[in-house]
Design a protein around this ligand. Structure first.
Ligand SMILES: [Zn+2]
Length: 81
């Protein structure tokens, strides 16, 4: 499967991934002291998705809350431009 992705999309996706990773950099489970693991799928902002895994529900909850604020920030930027 071959698909063409514009540089614009690629750069925005890279920025989004970076932003998400930054947000989760200092996230640790309060019980197990483990960081959540993050995987990205998709090559454009439209189809990019995040899969999270972690040691327990607690760390997933914290990570989701952080990521939620990234998604909102990205949506606001899109609206403004
Ligand atoms: Zn845990």
């Amino acid at each position: 499967m071959f698909s063409v992705v514009s540089d614009f999309d690629r750069i925005r996706v890279e920025r989004f991934k970076q932003c998400t990773e930054d947000k989760l950099r200092d996230v640790r489970c309060p019980e197990h002291n483990q960081p959540p693991r993050l995987r990205f799928q998709g090559t454009t902002l439209r189809d990019v998705s995040i899969s999270l895994s972690g040691c327990c529900a607690k760390v997933m909850e914290i990570a989701n809350a952080r990521i939620g604020s990234v998604w909102l920030g990205e949506a606001e930027k899109t609206k403004a431009s």
